[in-house]
Design a protein around this ligand. Structure first.
Ligand code: PBG
Ligand code: ZN
Length: 324
């Protein structure tokens, strides 16, 4: 053997499955995953979402059964999105105590009290124009929207939501929601801040899932995907405002941001593998180009490795069914 041959051979620890498992650095399990779900009012049967193969809108009448099924499979948490038939200029159904948000959260908590319910807190599925807040002269009015976010948060908390998860991308939304919750006595209701949310093209399939009416874009309130410093700053602002956990969204194309925030904050950090990330894997696998099961595990493992504690993923039930 030539003397210069390396004494260091990393392949020694890769020789077989046992060794590879022993020296694997990153793991994830079902307890790290949150399943986002879509609940539509006024329908009797499941409606498949064609841009997200395997995902369906759930009728209210079948929601309790679905939550029980998820719990039996080992899912610990869901994020609820409503598909409303009561659209108006401000999304007022969201702060109606008999509205879709209140009913859907209540059904989930009644069905399985220990299921952690995170209530997506926004207006875009409840406004006729599809924007995430109140429009004034074609622009989303930040401060008017904050008031309504507070109202919606209190309604969701009263219905039993464990987490208020504001995705509207308004400045000051975490502070406004914390104040509204505390004023109403909901000191123990947590805030899952969508703290670093990019204006991403990867939300495309979600717009079909939620039946979004949006014509324009959300670039005046969601972040420019090219900004790394601002991404950290946004999450740190939400920490100061009282967030209980932070989030990076989307996840897979933003692993550097996840790592940056992991190093800048001690709060729990989550990442949202969004509808477009899901669709790319599903359709890539359907076309025979990639092995779905392996790519799913690799993508989620990479998000964990980057520093996320929890992952929002539409694959959560697939993993519960097939094992990790
Ligand atoms: C709306 C909202 C969006 C998502 C979650 N909440 C879409 C958007 O901001 O346009 C995206 C989720 C996904 O794509 O899976 N506030
Ligand atoms: Zn929105």
């Amino acid at each position: 053997m030539p003397s210069q041959f390396p004494a260091v051979r990393p392949r020694r620890l890769r020789r077989n499955d046992s060794l590879r498992q022993l020296f694997q650095e990153t793991e994830f399990n079902l307890g790290d995953l949150v399943l986002p779900i879509f609940v539509e009012e006024g329908i009797d049967d499941f409606i498949p979402i064609t841009s997200m193969p395997g995902v369906r809108r759930i009728p209210e009448s079948k929601l309790a059964g679905e939550i029980e099924r998820y719990a039996r499979a080992g899912i610990k948490s869901v994020m609820t999105f409503g598909v409303s038939h009561h659209l108006d200029a401000d999304g007022s159904d969201t702060w109606n105590d008999n509205g879709l948000i209140s009913r859907m959260v209540g059904i989930c908590k009644d069905a399985v009290p220990e299921m952690v319910v995170m209530s997506d807190t926004c207006f875009c599925e409840y406004t006729a124009h599809g924007h995430c807040g109140v429009l004034h002269d074609g622009v989303v009015d930040n401060d008017a929207t904050l008031l309504n976010l507070g109202r919606q948060a209190v309604v969701a908390a009263r219905a039993g939501a464990d987490f208020i998860a504001p995705s509207a991308a308004m400045d000051g939304q975490v502070q406004a929601i914390r104040q509204a919750l505390d004023a109403a006595g909901f000191f123990d209701t947590s805030i899952m801040a969508y703290s670093t949310k990019f204006a991403s093209a990867l939300y495309g399939p979600f717009r079909e899932a939620g039946g979004s009416a949006l014509k324009g874009d959300r670039k005046s309130y969601q972040m420019n995907p090219m900004n790394r410093l601002e991404a950290v700053r946004e999450s740190l602002l939400d920490e100061q405002e009282g967030a209980d956990a932070l989030m990076v969204k989307p996840a897979g194309a933003y692993l550097d941001i996840i790592r940056d925030i992991r190093e800048a904050s001690r709060l729990p950090l989550t990442a949202y593998q969004v509808s477009g990330e899901y669709a790319m894997i599903k359709f890539g696998a359907q076309a025979g180009a990639i092995d779905e099961a392996r790519v799913v595990r690799e993508s989620l493992g990479a998000i964990k490795r980057a520093g996320a504690d929890l992952i929002f993923t539409y694959f959560a039930m697939d993993l519960a069914r097939d094992g990790i």
